[in-house]
Design a protein around this ligand. Structure first.
Ligand SMILES: [Zn+2]
Length: 249
């Protein structure tokens, strides 16, 4: 416990409020590139599903083309064997040709059935392809809009932050150097909070540290009510103050 000018204590408490606000702003500013990256990743994932849908459609179309070629081949085979039928004299050769023709016809029927099935699948695949393309387009529009607004808010935040930091520097310059040094040392070892406002329990009237939330012993409760006394939390060693003592109710 030591004596301090009330104005110094107030200045220190105000500096902590500025620093807390600056830290929150800086965290928000740091979150922006992450959000933009997340938007991009979601868009890339959607684009990947777009190419998958397109590839599925192309694969079906090429399968259909392949079946059609094989149908043409079977038809060619049938025509060729029918021409040969007219030339053969031998009964066995004739029968063999007929069997070949039947075989080609069966193959052709099967291929044609397959093509009909493929046509149906192609219809479905092209609907899916168009759907996913439309989705990608709409996601792209949304993503671009969100990215632009995020970038705009990041720019505004950066300007706000620069101003807040400049004001903070002015405020810090008005504080006694040794006091400021202590403040900075505690702040860097206590997650940015050097000076914690004490909470008063509405029912019990007991005080707790706003930094570590531990209850304060009776003597600390007395000390913290004095505007000209700098005291600290026995648990987390942060400087503590009572808002109404320093700034009135
Ligand atoms: Zn504490």
């Amino acid at each position: 416990m030591e004596t301090i000018h009330t104005s110094d204590a107030r200045a220190l408490a105000l500096l902590q409020k500025r620093d807390t606000a600056i830290d929150a702003m800086a965290a928000r500013a740091a979150a922006v590139p992450k959000k933009i990256a997340e938007l991009n990743a979601a868009f890339e994932a959607k684009k990947a599903s777009m190419s998958a849908a397109r590839e599925a459609l192309l694969a079906l179309q090429s399968k259909k083309k392949d079946s059609e070629l094989r149908i043409a081949e079977a038809e060619e085979g049938i025509r060729k064997h029918q021409r040969e039928l007219n030339l053969v004299k031998d009964n066995n050769a004739f029968k063999a040709l007929l069997a070949e023709i039947e075989h080609d016809k069966a193959a052709k029927d099967e291929l044609e059935t397959g093509v009909l099935e493929l046509l149906e699948m192609i219809d479905k695949a092209s609907v899916a392809d168009r759907t996913v393309q439309a989705e990608v387009k709409s996601i792209e529009t949304i993503m671009k809009g969100e990215t632009a607004s995020l970038e705009a808010s990041a720019a505004a935040l950066a300007a706000e932050l620069a101003e807040a930091r400049a004001n903070r520097a002015t405020a810090a310059a008005a504080i006694a150097p040794d006091l400021l040094e202590r403040y900075e040392a505690i702040r860097s070892s206590r997650s940015g909070l050097a000076l914690a406002a004490v909470h008063e329990e509405p029912v019990s009237g007991k005080f707790s540290c706003g930094g570590c939330h531990m209850g304060l012993p009776p003597q600390k409760m007395v000390d913290v009510k004095k505007a000209d006394t700098l005291t600290f939390c026995p648990d987390c060693r942060r400087l503590i103050y009572l808002e109404k003592t320093l700034f009135g109710a």
